[in-house]
Design a protein around this ligand. Sequence first.
Ligand code: CTP
Length: 416
Amino acid sequence: MDGDRQSRLLIGKRVALGVTGSIAAYKAVSLLRALTKAGASVSVVMTKAATKFVTPMTFEVLSGQAVTTDLFEAHHEMKHLSIPEQADAIVVAPATASFLAKAAVGLADDVLSTMLLTTRCPLIIAPAMDGDMWTHPTVQEHVGTLRSRGAIILDPEEGPLASGQIAQGRLAGEFRIREAVEQALLPRLDFKGQRVLISAGPTQEAIDPVRYISNRSSGKMGYALAEAARNRGAEVTLVTGPVSLPVPAGVLVIHVTTAQEMAAAMSAHFEWSTVVVMAAAVADFRPKEVALHKLKKGAQAAPTLELEPAPDILAMLSAKRTSQILVGFAAETQNLLAHAQTKLVAKGLDLIVANDVTQKGAGFGSDRNAAVILSRTGEQQPLSLRLKSEMAHDILSAIVQFPRTIQGTNSPTSVS
Ligand code: CTP
């Protein structure tokens, strides 16, 4: 492997290095050196037990950053959230049997284990322990659980252990760990060859030249999807209602105002597309007549607005689909799953992302969202509260994993 080429992958990347209480903790010092030398910015998080083997000061001096050890101190500065949120990858080396158990069951009783529950970035775990512990069925079960969730586990190596035993238990070599981090940071290109059509934002339906009917959609979810699909190699067309978000680079953006215009733009690009995601909050009704001039208060009584249905874009696209994968959203305020399931069937969708827009900290305008993805084939995937940029990747991964496999893509990748 070309060392220089690999090194460049870490330049500017943020890595959280978790160190747990194994005698191999001293090797994490050298790993930290290797990662920083390769250009990564490394935040070290230690368990209490790890501090018995190596002092936080050692990591602090070498990383140039404060080391986090205490959940309550970390809580004060919200480090259990900020470190993983900013990290491009988390590496736990060495990882003890106790750490694997906590990570597998989601026990969050220290900073490191708490961090794992707040992040979706790649997780690389390099266990180190006594040989009998490593082969114990409980440990192996935890390793299996973590792997099934997408964690990259570097099996320990065979050799002389601190116990005097010669067995499999030594921490993976520094080169292997660094290489695993670099591999995990390589861009995923599982949408290469796909043409993805996405709608975003609200529509505005004119009442008169100065007034309109609209909704609270900010467009953030649709824009995040467009960026994520572009980053995963897709050719992306984004049809957007009026929002105040910067236009994503490398994406064809079509600006529309009304549901009618959105329907026309989506129809025009539908045949071209292989995947269609309707993240827009389209008006269901529009004024039957648009006043040519501003409605005046004048002497007359309050006017009555007569409404008519706006086109249901998804239903319309669904009726003329050929092989496109169709994904809708269901913004609900009650009976989330039941309403979403009805829409999934009624609009002939493959997947629907159901979100409860009344949930605190999620939905319209927020940077975060919580949802459940329902599939036509009956699967349900709950997505707890997370950044819309992360949710965008989860939705794309659900699309890749959908049974009507996207032709021409790489095999499905798991989301970590
Ligand atoms: N949608 C659409 N055209 C419309 C309304 C909605 O294509 N005129 C799409 C949305 O983009 C979304 C899905 O249909 O992907 C569900 O939208 P939602 O507003 O949740 O449901 P509605 O179909 O509008 O039904 P209701 O208002 O009864 O909840």
